[in-house]
Design a protein around this ligand. Structure first.
Ligand code: ADE
Length: 235
């Protein structure tokens, strides 16, 4: 998978090259290009934003700079690049979920356009939508300073689902959300620690019993913490 990130803070997303994703890049499973949006400015101040039409606080990112950046990074004739999705992180987007990560993990090329300030001039998305798939997505009902942290979260959630990125290939099959429920508690040695014991069923060696217990724990935790995730018939 190819990942391209356009940002005014390239250093901010640099940690993506570390740890497991760095290994995936070394192995050639994932490639990562980080572009500085200011490389497409033409003025001496390298300015990327301007005052909003209609007034109000904050600044809006200029369409000309983003237009040129996307033309170059995505190509003007992206019909040849069937795998490309332009991702625009914004608190006004549709929710990014595990299902989004699963769908994106099968894509060839994701381009992340990180906006700052009050967002990007809407015509950038409207224009790009004529040539490519564009998804405006939010990682939650809160407002970050910009799209960089949201991009890092989405890149991590997506790439860990690609074969070969995680050390243990089956370890994401039992993730929270993959069966629609939160994952229950996990334990490792020692069997007793600070007066707290590992639940006995986990020591029983009875795989069916362990699976039933885990499902029960997942249901209980989901009911407590995220009742909105339970199927409607669950009481
Ligand atoms: N940019 C600012 N806040 C955001 C959010 N919650 N999700 C995605 N991008 C954002």
């Amino acid at each position: 998978m190819r990942l391209s990130i356009i940002t005014i803070f390239p250093d901010y997303v640099a940690p993506l090259r570390g740890a497991l994703l760095g290994k995936a890049i070394e192995k050639g499973i994932v490639s990562l290009d980080v572009h500085d949006l200011r490389d497409w400015t033409h003025d001496v101040h390298r300015s990327v934003d301007d005052a909003p039409y209609g007034g109000g606080p904050g600044m809006v990112m200029k369409p000309q700079v983003w237009g040129e950046a996307l033309d170059e990074v995505c190509g003007t004739d992206v019909a040849h690049d069937g795998g490309l999705i332009l991702v625009v992180p914004t608190p006004a987007g549709v929710p990014f979920t595990q299902a989004t990560a699963q769908r994106w993990s099968r894509e060839e090329h994701l381009v992340f356009a990180c906006g700052r300030y009050e967002g990007i001039d809407q015509r950038v998305v409207d224009d790009a939508s004529k040539r490519m798939r564009v998804e405006e997505v939010s990682i939650g009902d809160f407002v970050l300073i910009g799209g960089e942290v949201a991009t890092m979260a989405m890149v991590e959630a997506t790439t860990r689902l690609i074969d070969g990125v995680l050390g243990n290939p089956v370890s994401h099959q039992e993730d929270s959300f993959s069966d629609g429920l939160l994952e229950g508690p996990s334990y490792t040695r020692p069997v007793s620690w600070r007066g707290l014991d590992v639940p006995e069923v986990l020591l029983s060696g009875d795989h069916a019993k362990v699976a039933a217990w885990r499902h029960e724990q997942a249901l209980r935790r989901t009911a407590q913490r995220r009742p909105d995730l339970l199927p409607p018939d669950h009481s």
